[in-house]
Design a protein around this ligand. Structure first.
Ligand SMILES: O=C(O)CCC(=O)C(=O)O
Ligand SMILES: [Fe+2]
Length: 243
């Protein structure tokens, strides 16, 4: 996982630069996107054992990643299908008479063969949902058999550690979400009670709009940086001290 993170980091940074240059308005990074090179410090592994195992449509949690997060996603083993669809506001004009949004949401399928890298760029989690569809049939892989392994590389921001983010009335660190439902608030970020998202549990209903500067850092970024630096300096040295 660590070994692969090196070529993944290089490829992702190369593609971020290319995307900004060739596709973003004015050749500039998006508002709230980090201007710094992408450095993954966290990864998650998923194993899909057999064709039926899947993950439904979702966007990834932004709580520790912050706005406009980039995620590198490595596929190993059995080839599977990654699907993406656009998130539309509930009041979007695309809604059909029967209330469905299916047509406008579209659906794009991306084939993910063994050893491929998919990059979820800065607009992905806020504007799109993604899933791994169940497969009707799969071609077994010589090493992995019926399994597909997926490693997502992510960059957790030190200033979004729960030591710094707002806590709700339950006393628990809140989660960061992006508003998608209503046109007027679409694209704004909010801190919300985490328990609201635990099935069967009622949270305290805590809600606060989240503010970020142009580079996606929260208002407490300078304080957080100073505290992280102090903690690092206070840590005992790992190497041997000189005699
Ligand atoms: O398996 C994949 O390619 C996607 C996994 C995923 O969406 C996730 O871990 O959030
Ligand atoms: Fe995901």
């Amino acid at each position: 996982m660590r070994k692969a993170s090196v070529p993944v980091e290089e490829a992702v940074n190369r593609e971020i630069t290319r995307r900004i240059r060739d596709f973003y308005p004015g050749g500039r990074k998006l508002k709230y996107q980090s201007p710094k090179p992408w450095e993954p410090n966290t990864s998650f592994v998923n194993c899909y054992d057999g064709p039926k195992e899947n993950v439904g449509y979702h966007s990834d949690q932004l709580t520790y990643l912050g706005p406009r997060a980039v995620i590198g996603s490595l596929s190993l083993g059995v080839a599977r299908e990654f699907r993406v669809r656009k998130i539309l506001a509930e009041d979007d004009e695309h809604r059909k008479d029967d209330g469905s949004l299916a047509d406008a949401q579209g659906q794009i399928s991306i084939h993910l063969p063994h050893n491929s890298l998919l990059i979820m760029h800065a607009e992905m989690q806020e504007e799109w949902k993604h899933s791994i569809a169940p497969a009707l049939a799969i071609d077994p892989h010589p090493l992995a058999g019926n399994r597909r392994l997926n490693i997502t590389y992510r960059c957790y921001k030190a200033n979004l550690h729960p030591n710094f983010t707002p806590k709700c009335e339950c006393g628990v660190p809140t989660v960061l979400r992006c508003a998608t439902r209503r046109k007027e608030s679409r694209g704004r970020y909010m801190w919300m009670c985490h328990t609201n998202y635990v099935p069967g549990e009622k949270g305290c209903g805590y809600f606060q709009w989240a503010e970020f500067d142009d580079d996606g850092d929260p208002p407490w970024a300078a304080k957080a940086k100073a505290m992280v630096k102090t903690q690092q300096e206070a840590k005992p040295h790992n190497g041997k001290d000189a005699d």
